[in-house]
Design a protein around this ligand. Sequence first.
Ligand code: ADP
Ligand code: MG
Length: 495
Amino acid sequence: MNMNTQTHKPTPAAGATLLVRGYEVVIGFETHAQLSTQSKIFSRAATAFGAEPNTQACAVDLALPGTLPVMNRGAVQRAIEFGLAIGAHIAPRSIFARKNYFYPDLPKGYQISQFEIPVVQGGAVEFYLGDEKKSVRLVRAHLEEDAGKSLHEDFVGQTGIDLNRAGTPLLEIVTEPDMRSSAEAVAYAKELHKIVTWIGICDGNMQEGSFRCDANVSVRKPGAALGTRREIKNLNSFRFMQQAIDYEVRWQIEQIEDGHAIQQATVLFNPDTGETRAMRSKEDAADYRYFPDPDLPPLVIAPAWVDQVRAGMTELPRVMAQRFVSQYGLSDYDATALTQSRSTATYFEAAAQACGQPKLAGNWITGELARRLNAADLSIEQAPVSAAQLGALITRIQDGTVSNNAARQVFDALWSGEGTQVDALIEAKGLRQLNDSSALEGIVDTVIAANAKNVAEYRAGNAKALNALVGQIMKGSAGKANPQQVNELLKAKLG
Ligand code: ADP
Ligand code: MG
């Protein structure tokens, strides 16, 4: 888990244009999200990752003669869920088309996709970039099948073809060219990733290629028409995404400044050199000779199905964040951090319920817990301290049993598995705060008597001299005194 993903850089005032060397950056995204169905989009073959090459492609996936594709209902349901999550129109009738091209990993010679009428139309992804609210409009999201994979690594001087991935269901999600910086593009991609994993339509595993982004990038002088774009293919980490876009923007500006026109192209990012390199000149739609697939009828989605899917959907992250603000009085920032993932939100609500202190619970989760999870590279599901334990600990801070400092020691002990019961740990480690005022008074009197100089300074108007006395008293109580109580007692005694 990473709670610190929100960038808190200063953002320009609304309406101001963010410029790089006098150029405005324009970015549009095409994202392939692999849908989390057990079987392929048009066949019953399994979609599991990592199987022996060519053990999971069946005759339908390869379009062998005599086979017919049959639409996977689960894939359509996931497309509907996505459309509802981003406020899109669900087309009551959409069409599958053949996109024709030759590539070794596509022996059938065409990919089944959607072209003119996609299943999901419009909608928007909303997120925060620093304190600024952004909305990126979506053009469409369409269903399609994935191709196989060319394996270059394991074969010297040869390429192997693994067709296991052929026919795996994808949702291709296309934005308008609405983004204006690499930071905004990454924030969009993270939000989109959060949405698809939150609603469970995609496992989001970027290393395994379940969530792949293509970034279309162009630059222009402010107010000019859109520049020619280059498309950076298959960005499968947020870090590479930012590096690749930044490099591409610099490269395009240099080209233009040197008097060269940008040629539309498809480029690849090389993480080793940090550079983008042209792979091929970009094809146009006409090159693919799209036509409706004669093997598949139109995809008809009845309104009743959409209603049924809507009724079964979980609360979405932004809706949940707004609820955390109104129900628990959290700040927008904390509410966003606590809805970073579903498991974080679940943990938070359980801890808040256990102690009745949502704000304190939120602070502990975004602070102490997040820090430790990051350091140990653990997800919140793997947290050694449960929400119930954290709730119990916060209860003991709130009722004055332990100080914040002592609570951190108890947290440590829970984390390292020294114990599981908060109260038992407080007793075993002698961390109970000294709330007995007669015992405390004794220490206060002793310290006042022994520090005449500080006392005189305080009485002469130096408020800071009190700190030295508080420090002595805390030490005298072996850290068990309640600092607030000590302050009050001291002030009362010194007049
Ligand atoms: P194609 O049909 O070649 O795929 P699209 O019009 O569908 O092209 O656009 C593909 C992606 O490129 C979309 O995400 C769109 O927002 C983005 N895009 C289009 N024009 C530009 C541009 N000039 N600069 C940056 N991105 C662009
Ligand atoms: Mg496209």
